[in-house]
Design a protein around this ligand. Structure first.
Ligand code: ATP
Length: 317
């Protein structure tokens, strides 16, 4: 592994490898059809994986080994598909060409940001690749950290943007369970954190949002997973030291719960392009413009941060 050079970040830094079924000098034999595999800015991602303490062999085996990937049942609105590796550590998301472009464009500042702030909440990207069967379509995908990789069971999950229009689950109450991703208007908790946690969280959210705003990114979410401590079995208490663990009481109505929180900022590959500007203009005719998710990155970041300050509180008890 050598030092990174500026040229490693260039968009033309992409390399195709052919995978013939019979195998080659560099590739193993396999049972699917002939395909080609592309790595984007491989040297940069090699450094990122090292920074995020991902063992190269673990990564290779999780993504390309014999174990099948698990497809998640509900792909997001964007039409992306999501897969988890068997070990639960890596999440694969299929993305559009425009999203790959955004990621490669922001890669130098992303790299700088994650090196500078080891507690950053922005998605940890481990790789960007593309596969193309001979004569078939290209499928582009990113590999990122699964925020909910934990010995603890996640009882509730929320995807929060700070906007209100359409930000409610469409599931009837009796169908809501641990796998449902709830949204802003479903949230009836306030998260109370110890003073130092609270201050560090707000500081880091501000830094992360400044970075996203400078990159003209919007439409991102704070993904939160909750583990209610009152509902654990002995086994679930084994927790690795690498996990983000915020043990906090939180409140709903009068009720107070002791919970473990997992969170991070996801879906950071949407820039404020013409389609988002049109979405904003169109929806503004129908509803209050400030309630729409699609707004200018500066406004988006301000609204997002204000929202975080409303749902997280310093625990003064
Ligand atoms: P939409 O267009 O509806 O916002 P999308 O297709 O762009 O969605 P994301 O917002 O990236 O997709 O993710 C959809 C859901 O997948 C999230 O709400 C979350 O439940 C899950 N998810 C995404 N990224 C992660 C991650 N890194 N770790 C764990 N879960 C994730």
């Amino acid at each position: 592994m050598r030092e990174l050079r500026q040229s490693d970040f260039e968009p033309k830094e992409k390399f195709w490898t052919r995978f013939p079924p019979e195998g080659s000098k560099f590739t193993p034999p396999h049972q699917s059809m002939d395909f080609r595999w592309k790595d984007y800015c491989p040297m940069v991602f090699r450094h990122l994986r090292e920074l995020f303490a991902i063992d190269p062999a673990d990564y290779m085996l999780a993504i390309c080994g014999d174990d099948a990937l698990r497809e998640l049942s509900s792909p997001g609105k964007s039409g992306s598909f999501f897969y988890l590796t068997q070990d639960d550590r890596f999440m694969i998301k299929t993305v559009k060409k425009s999203e790959v472009k955004v990621l490669i464009r922001m890669l130098p500042s992303y790299y700088q940001h994650v090196c500078q702030y080891k507690n950053t909440l922005v998605t940890k990207f481990f790789g960007v690749h593309c596969v193309k069967p001979v004569g078939g379509q290209k499928t582009r995908f990113i590999v990122m950290g699964n925020l909910f990789c934990s010995e603890y069971r996640i009882h509730r999950r929320f995807d929060l943007k700070g906007s209100s229009y359409g930000r409610i689950t469409d599931k009837p109450e009796e169908e809501i369970d641990e796998t449902t991703t709830l949204k802003d208007l479903d949230l009836d908790f306030v998260f109370r954190l110890d003073r130092s946690w609270f201050q560090e969280l707000i500081r880091q959210i501000d830094r992360d949002c400044e970075f996203l705003e400078a990159e003209r990114i919007m439409d991102y979410s704070l993904l939160i997973g909750l583990h209610f401590r009152d509902d654990y079995s002995g086994d679930e208490m084994k927790m690795g030291p690498h996990l983000r663990n915020h043990s906090t009481p939180s409140r709903s109505g009068g009720e107070v719960f002791d919970v473990v929180l997992y969170f991070g900022i996801i879906d950071i590959l949407q820039d404020y392009d013409i389609s988002k500007k049109l979405e904003h203009a169109y929806k503004s005719l129908q509803v209050d413009p400030s309630s729409i998710s699609a707004v200018d990155p500066k406004l988006y970041s301000k609204r997002f941060r204000d929202f975080i300050r409303r749902i997280f509180r310093e625990d003064k008890r």
